[in-house]
Design a protein around this ligand. Structure first.
Ligand SMILES: [Fe+2]
Ligand SMILES: [Fe+2]
Length: 291
């Protein structure tokens, strides 16, 4: 574990969206830092028996919460969901998750949500939760999201019904995330999706797949909400770090990308005359595959 509890000593990165604080903004500079552990694309299944219990227990000792960015199971069976519950449940810290496309494979979505809920893992879909950590109200808005594409390669709603349905699902996902972000009453907001909100963290994936890996609509609503951090998975061949057009740090925590069970990100409160929370990355923790 190379994260540090003394996060105040970490350097403050610069982001483009750090606006000067106005009279109507609350001064949050005296709030303590918050540590967020994040993981995605566990793809748990009985064979091979890769498990994350010990790693997540360690995360619980070093972080204030654990966020899971979908594809928690290999094919969405209840048996696999029980494995997720065993590994990520009852950790003693809040755990919030979104489902990924693989978690819908067996069409048992509600059953999976129930299994995870019984272990204290809150599944978000167009909804949010507020976790209070040492007096800091951290709002987490979650939505699986969907594809749709980026920049000059965005699918629009026209033509065949199948294309229109694809675009409607993409747009509706972004709207649900926007509503969940807007509803949060908190000091700092984190967006949690499975699909990518920016193309930057897809670097390494074939360009032809970008359409199915994420949507710029997600990035737009994350910026509009002023989220401090966006977590996603799904892009196994992508890269960890990116940033939205508005300056929000984005982290792709797919297991194959970060090469370990989870990463920890520290949210540092805004400097006295600014509004943007800062993100400190804590590098790779190689103590995965716990048991
Ligand atoms: Fe995945
Ligand atoms: Fe996925």
């Amino acid at each position: 574990m190379n994260s540090s509890r003394n996060s105040a000593a970490a350097p403050r990165p610069r982001h483009t969206g750090n606006l000067p604080r106005t009279d109507t903004d609350t001064d949050k500079s005296q709030l303590p830092a918050v540590r967020v552990a994040a993981a995605a694309d566990l793809h748990l299944r009985p064979d091979p028996p890769r498990r994350f219990r010990n790693a997540f227990r360690e995360a619980a000792r070093h972080a204030d919460m654990l966020l899971l960015g979908g594809d928690l199971t290999a094919s969405g069976t209840v048996e696999q969901a029980r494995m997720v519950a065993e590994d990520a449940g009852n950790l003693g810290i809040p755990v919030a998750a979104v489902l990924g496309n693989h978690d819908h494979d067996s069409r048992t979505g509600n059953k999976i949500i129930g299994v995870l809920a019984d272990a204290g893992v809150q599944v978000l879909e167009g909804s949010g939760t507020v976790v209070t950590c040492r007096g800091v109200r951290v709002g987490i808005a979650g939505c699986k999201g969907y594809g749709g594409g980026f920049d000059g390669a965005v699918v629009h709603e026209h033509g065949e019904p199948q294309t229109r349905a694809f675009v409607r699902h993409s747009r509706d996902s972004a709207k649900r995330l926007a509503a969940a972000l807007a509803a949060l009453d908190c000091d700092v907001k984190v967006a949690l999706t499975h699909y990518a909100p920016i193309p930057g963290t897809l670097r390494g994936e074939p360009r032809e797949l970008y359409l199915m890996l994420g949507s710029q609509r997600l990035g737009q609503v994350i910026d509009e909400a002023g989220a401090a951090l966006a977590i996603h998975g799904h892009a196994h061949r992508g890269v960890e770090k990116g940033v939205t057009a508005g300056g929000t740090p984005v982290r792709n925590v797919a297991y194959k990308v970060i090469g370990t069970a989870y990463h920890i990100y520290t949210l540092l409160p805004p400097e006295a005359d600014h509004t943007r929370w800062q993100i400190v990355d804590h590098g790779q923790d190689r103590s995965d595959d716990g048991s």
